[in-house]
Design a protein around this ligand. Structure first.
Ligand code: SF4
Length: 79
C-alpha cells in the first residue's frame, strides 16, 4: 500500500511533504508532486503536513481517484 497525492496538489505544489518523508520517495512532477508507491512505507507524515489535504491512503481512494495512483506509477516507471 502507499499514500497517493491527488488533484488539490496541482494548484498548490507547496512541497512540505518532500521535507518530511523519511524515505525520500516524493518528487516534483510537471503538474503536481508524486509519491513512489513502491518505496512509500505508509507512515502518513506527508498527509499530516499537506496544506490542501491532497494526500490519501491508497485504500481510501474513490474509483475516480485511482487515476492518481496510476499517474504516480507511470511517473516513476513502475508497473
Ligand atoms: Fe513518504 Fe510516509 Fe508520505 Fe509514504 S506516507 S510518501 S513514506 S511521508
Amino acid at each position: 500500500m502507499a499514500f497517493v497525492i491527488l488533484e488539490p496538489c496541482q494548484s498548490e505544489k507547496s512541497g512540505e511533504c518532500t521535507t518530511v518523508c523519511p524515505v525520500d520517495c516524493i518528487e516534483e512532477g510537471p503538474d503536481q508532486f508524486y509519491i513512489d508507491p513502491d518505496i512509500c512505507i505508509d507512515c502518513g507524515a506527508c498527509k499530516a503536513v499537506c496544506p490542501v489535504d491532497a494526500i490519501e491512503e491508497e485504500y481510501d481512494l474513490t474509483p475516480d481517484q485511482e487515476v492518481y495512483l496510476e499517474k504516480a506509477e507511470a511517473f516513476f516507471g513502475n508497473n
